[in-house]
Write a protein that binds this ligand. Structure first.
Ligand code: PLP
Length: 409
């Protein structure tokens, strides 16, 4: 007898990236010189998980009764204020902001899909995208549609975005667009100021055709070469013509992936509409996970709202950004010499080497103890988890597989 409902009977058992990571770790434990470039967490050069000491301290200082108690459904007011300030400081946009706490950025993306896209409709994103976007959409009975991410010059393909946005609006009468920058996962690409201005202007020009929601996935906000304010001030100009959402995550911001804290923040200048959005989002919280980790939310609020603590955490994170920056510099130097094709990469956890033979090459690399994630059109390389000393060997191994391709979406 089939107990699973149709449509759930063929779900894959495990997230493929987690499965690859497990395989790499098993082989490393058996003594092999493994390079595990699959992990989306920042590791020190010795392979241990990088931590921010002042964050650990704030978590430890959390009173037991705060951590043990239920948090309010939509998150504590302090936490929402802390995230709002983190994104907008005291700027105008802060007045238009409403939001709820979510389990990580993942929860924020889930709420965006459930509330701003009708069942059966498709969210629009770049052709290279973080795999869980599709999982999240399908889990909620929505779909995913993409536009070719890069043009021939290797920049954001605005023409393709325009075409697909028009098609989605025509078909669905509304659009939900996921854009992940800075430090796009999986390509490492960060939109520059001109690209943000062009995205803003394009969305603005289509705003009359139907409700457009732009969800900015800023999970890697603190690792970009450009200050987040550039994007925030540009995209805030869309209010109230389009709805602007921020999927904020404490996972990378504080290197605390396991605490499962994030937020979905929406910007709208109309009080009544903002209230309706707040209500819908809190309802979604109640109807899914109820509320999120109270202790971690309290610790992160204290850090973000206390200038002295915040400064200490920022300084500790700066060391991590430098650690990653050294790997990025080494990567850029080695790949240029090896002529590997990959997009502009100036910081962040990942980059992608373009190839049409991703599965074949990734499988072959495993023979040398090198683990990367094969995806449509490329190999995702998590430099966040590769020691600087291993970058050269990694690049050499990919080059040895004859990877040659021209940039594509
Ligand atoms: N968005 C992107 C692009 C990510 O890579 C991740 C994590 O890897 C997230 C969002 C959300 O992460 P979390 O749910 O841990 O905050």
């Amino acid at each position: 007898m089939a107990f699973l409902i149709p449509g759930r009977t063929t779900r894959p058992a495990d997230d493929p990236i987690f499965a690859l990571n497990t395989e790499a770790r098993t082989r490393a434990r058996a003594g092999e010189a493994v390079i595990n470039a699959t992990v989306g967490s920042l590791l020190e050069d010795d392979g241990s998980l990088a931590l921010l000491e002042s964050v650990v301290e704030a978590l430890r200082e959390t009173p037991a009764r705060v951590a043990a108690g239920y948090a309010p459904i939509g998150g504590t007011p302090e936490f929402i204020e802390a995230v709002t300030r983190d994104l907008f400081h005291d700027g105008e946009a802060a007045k238009w902001a409403t939001g709820v706490a979510t389990p990580g950025g993942t929860g924020a993306l889930r709420h965006a899909i459930a509330n701003f896209l009708a069942p059966g409709d498709a969210l629009l994103t770049t052709s290279f995208y973080w795999g869980p976007y599709k999982t999240l959409a399908e889990e909620s009975d929505r779909a995913i549609r993409t536009f070719t991410m890069f043009d021939e010059k290797g920049g954001l393909n605005l023409g393709a975005f325009e075409k697909e946005l028009d098609a989605v609006l025509e078909k669905q009468g509304r659009a939900l667009v996921f854009l992940n920058s800075p430090c796009h996962n999986p390509t490492g690409y960060s939109f520059d100021a001109g690209e943000w201005a062009a995205v803003r202007s394009l969305v603005e020009s289509r705003a009359e055709r139907g409700p457009i929601t732009v969800c900015l996935d800023v999970a890697y906000a603190r690792f970009g070469a450009q200050p987040l304010d550039v994007m925030v001030s540009e995209m805030s100009k869309l209010v109230p013509k389009a709805l602007v959402l921020f999927a904020w995550s404490a996972s990378k911001t504080f290197l605390e992936y396991g605490q499962r804290v994030g937020a979905l923040v929406a910007l709208h200048s109309d009080d009544a509409e903002r209230q309706r959005i707040t209500n819908a989002l809190s309802f979604s919280c109640r109807g899914t996970w109820s509320n999120v980790n109270a202790g971690a939310m309290s610790a992160f609020s204290r850090i973000l709202l206390d200038p002295e603590r915040r400064a200490r955490v920022d300084a500790e994170r700066a060391r991590c950004v430098e650690l990653l920056g050294r790997r990025v510099a080494k990567w850029n130097a080695c790949t240029t010499a090896a002529e590997l094709p990959y997009p502009r990469y100036d910081g962040g956890f990942f980059t992608t080497v373009f190839t049409d033979r991703a599965s074949e090459v990734a499988l072959d690399l495993k023979k040398d103890g090198i683990f990367v994630v094969p995806q449509a059109g490329g190999l995702r390389i998590a430099l966040a988890s590769v020691a600087e000393k291993d970058v050269e060997r990694l690049v050499g191994a990919i080059q040895a597989r004859g990877v040659r391709a021209t940039p594509r979406g």
